[in-house]
Design a protein around this ligand. Structure first.
Ligand code: GDP
Ligand code: MG
Length: 699
């Protein structure tokens, strides 16, 4: 068997590259990142006739070879670098039958690079609907290529495409038009100066502000110095080039394509008018959003409980069958709950992406962006930030993953950084118990103070997100193109296969990207909570048994006292006590300190830790509350959880980045530790300051 054929899928955004990619590779695909940047890299294997295999890359969508974004850079770098292991033996240019004219611009440029190319005209199922017919043999001749007329939706033309790929050696590498005729003399000079280089590549190097990082440095410098024309002249030539390309394409399509508008039937215009309406548009979007979140809460509750219980019983079961010892504890109390802490996010991730990909696939998302963009842009966010920000109220993990479709890196980064401020469901247990302790029960205008406080906390979270987005937009010096939505794609019934693959891919990305980090941190936290130095920890059982020898405690009560004593003297306990001086001005004692340190794993752990420290069973909510109510402030006297310290704690949890899983996913999505650490430091510092101010002011 020979080597694999390298195939690159290239095309404008939304032409169906990913659908063609899915049709060719099925489940044989993997998704990664291009080294050092956050552009997604999708590759897969396609089995061709006669035992041949092709390695397929789904390149980011690009409008032309004039790079203006990170994504487009990736495409150009690859096409100009013959030494890249992914350099295509054949370029499959995907176009959309409804936008052939615009799509062909890129095709003519790629032809000029003399790479064997196949033109896929996708969405052929739309032709009848739009009254389009094509003269394929004529187009093949004019464009000097082979054409596959494909509908991934109807699964038409894929085997023809595979056949063309298999026989790629028969493709012509001749350009389809002569771009150098825009200035014969100049291009002749260029050809003479660099006889061994591809002419069009030289032209790109001279005119583009591309990062040619991977291509031959020396040549690039030589070529860049060979300008002989002013920049203004070059710009003018470039414009002439584009015009010439469009002239060629128009001429070709005039004969090769006929559009009979009378036979076309289009509802799109009527739909658009309603969905982007100043009142109805927002209303419909609001209803859709609410439905989605309700569904995420309702539908993921059951599987999440199931996962929670399954991992708990798995842990118990492991403990019951393995001999007692450090390894068994590591497995049953460290690794298994750690894995459970990863798996538990899957239902929410899956449901959110189910909805998002349906919204995108159907074409509705572009209308949302159109609607929301004007509002969100004032805060440095994109219209597409609405979905992550709202999903953040369920959980920041899927929400941050949902920023992937924001094209501008700056807008995406800001969305990632501010999303953890929104009130996620893990904050609820903390909020609820503290509110019930420190907020009086009365009502005003029929609304209870406690409910109002909770609502206020949601508003504060949302306000913090939007406010910090506004600041970050001013502060962050990142150049990145803010996309203007030029066109609205057609409405479509979503392809189940595409939706399913998106859900699968996001889930995999989470498990393998962030999962490792979450597992590692949970094992470390487990270790810190289960081990401690000295006799206080190691002889805990003897010490506690002796202390309470005459107290006539039940076995359960004794075990709880021992657990409490151990936690107090474990490494986490020691850390919690060590930070007491720092948190005393906030109105907290060392027990709260321990709970804060351990709830870094996840905010809801706060309540469970306090239960352990107060040695009450963690499922008896009333007892925890009673114990908390009975705690006395060691310095000031009076109840520990009073109005001032309670508000201070609420604000602390509203702002602090108390969630290792979020940090892990931010690391994955930004491809660096810089941003999660930045988030951790800034959010925690802010939380501390606000909590401090609140306590000092209220006490
Ligand atoms: P990409 O941006 O180029 O990767 O395009 P996608 O594969 O994500 O597809 C863009 C949109 O076109 C999606 O909504 C697809 O469901 C839709 N689509 C893809 N192939 C076809 C097709 O053959 N017919 C129709 N009608 N729609 C398609
Ligand atoms: Mg795609």
């Amino acid at each position: 068997m020979g080597k694999q054929i390298n195939v690159a899928l290239i095309g404008n955004p939304n032409t169906g590259k990913t659908s063609v990619f899915n049709a060719l590779t099925g489940l044989n695909q993997k998704v990664g990142n291009y080294p050092g940047i956050t552009v997604e890299k999708k590759e897969g294997i396609c089995k061709l006739p006669r035992g041949v295999k092709a390695h397929i890359i789904d390149l980011p969508g690009t409008y032309s070879l004039n790079a203006s974004s990170l994504d487009e850079n990736v495409v150009i770098e690859l096409l100009l670098n013959k030494n890249d292991k992914d350099f295509p033996d054949v370029a499959v240019v995907v176009s959309d039958v409804e936008h052939l004219k615009r799509n062909l611009l890129l095709f003519t440029q790629i032809k000029d690079l003399e790479i064997p190319s196949i033109l896929v005209i996708n969405m052929s199922d739309r032709m009848a609907y739009k009254g389009i017919s094509l003269d394929i043999p004529y187009l093949e001749k004019q464009l000097n290529t082979k054409i596959a007329l494909v509908s991934t939706r109807k699964n038409n033309g894929i085997s023809e495409l595979k056949e063309l790929i298999t026989n790629y050696k028969e493709l012509s590498t001749e350009p389809c038009m002569n771009a150098s005729s825009i200035d014969e003399a100049y291009f002749n000079n260029l050809r003479e100066a660099f006889p061994n280089q591809l002419l069009y590549k030289l032209w790109l190097v001279i005119t583009q502000d591309v990062n040619f990082g991977k291509t031959d440095r020396k040549t690039i410098e030589d070529v860049s110095n060979f300008k002989t024309k002013t920049n203004a002249d070059l710009k003018r030539l470039q414009q002439k080039e584009t015009i010439k390309r469009y002239q060629f394409i128009n001429d070709t399509l005039k004969k090769g394509q006929t559009i009979d508008l009378k036979s076309a039937k289009d509802l799109r215009i009527r739909f658009d008018r309603i969905l982007t309406h100043k009142v109805w548009g927002y209303l419909i979007f609001g209803i859709i959003l609410l439905t989605i979140f309700q569904a995420i809460y309702d539908w993921s509750g059951v599987p999440m409980d199931f996962i929670d219980e399954s991992f708990a019983s798995l842990g118990e079961w492991v403990k019951s069958i393995l001999p007692e010892g450090a390894f068994t504890n590591l497995l049953a109390e460290g690794i298994i709950p750690g894995l459970g802490g990863i798996v538990i996010f899957i239902p929410q991730i899956a449901f959110l992406f189910l909805f998002i990909s349906i919204l995108e696939e159907s074409g509705y998302m572009s209308r949302v962006v159109f609607l929301m963009d004007r509002i969100m842009r004032r805060f440095g966010l994109s219209g597409k930030s609405v979905v992550p920000l709202m999903s953040g109220t369920a959980c920041a993990i899927p929400a941050i993953m949902a920023t992937r479709n924001i094209e501008s890196w700056k807008e995406r980064l800001i969305t990632i950084l501010v999303t953890p401020f929104t009130t996620c469901s893990a904050r609820l247990p903390v909020y609820l118990i503290i509110i019930s302790l420190v907020i009086p029960e009365g009502r005003v205008l029929g609304l209870s103070y406690q409910a109002l406080t909770l609502m206020l906390l949601y508003l504060i979270g949302f306000g913090a997100a939007v406010g910090s987005a506004w600041i970050l937009n001013k502060v962050l010096k990142i150049k990145s193109k803010s996309f203007f939505v030029v066109e609205m794609p057609n409405y479509k019934v979503p392809l189940i296969k595409n939706v399913a693959l998106t859900v699968l891919e996001k889930t995999k990305a989470f498990i393998f990207g962030a999962g490792k980090i979450i597992l590692a941190i949970s094992i470390v936290l487990w270790f810190l909570a289960s081990y401690g130095p000295g006799d206080d920890f190691n002889k805990a059982e003897e010490i506690v048994t002796e202390q309470h020898a005459s107290d006539n405690l039940s076995e359960d009560e004794l075990q709880q006292k021992i657990a409490s004593h151990k936690l107090e003297h474990s490494f986490i306990g020691i850390t919690g006590r060590a930070i007491e001086p720092a948190i005393r001005p906030l109105g907290y004692d060392w027990k709260i300190g321990i709970a804060i340190v351990s709830s870094f794993a996840a905010r809801e752990v706060f309540v469970g830790t306090l239960a352990t420290i107060y040695s009450v069973g963690s499922d008896e909510e009333e007892t925890i509350k009673n114990r908390m109510a009975g705690e006395v402030n060691p310095i000031l006297g009076g109840p520990l959880f009073n109005f001032a310290s309670g508000i201070s704690l609420l604000l602390f949890y509203a702002f602090a980045m108390q969630c290792m899983s979020t940090l892990a996913i931010v690391k994955r999505e930004t491809n660096s530790w810089k941003w999660p650490l930045y988030q951790l430091v800034v959010m925690s510092a802010f939380a501390y300051i606000v909590a401090l101010a609140a306590f000092q002011f209220l006490k």
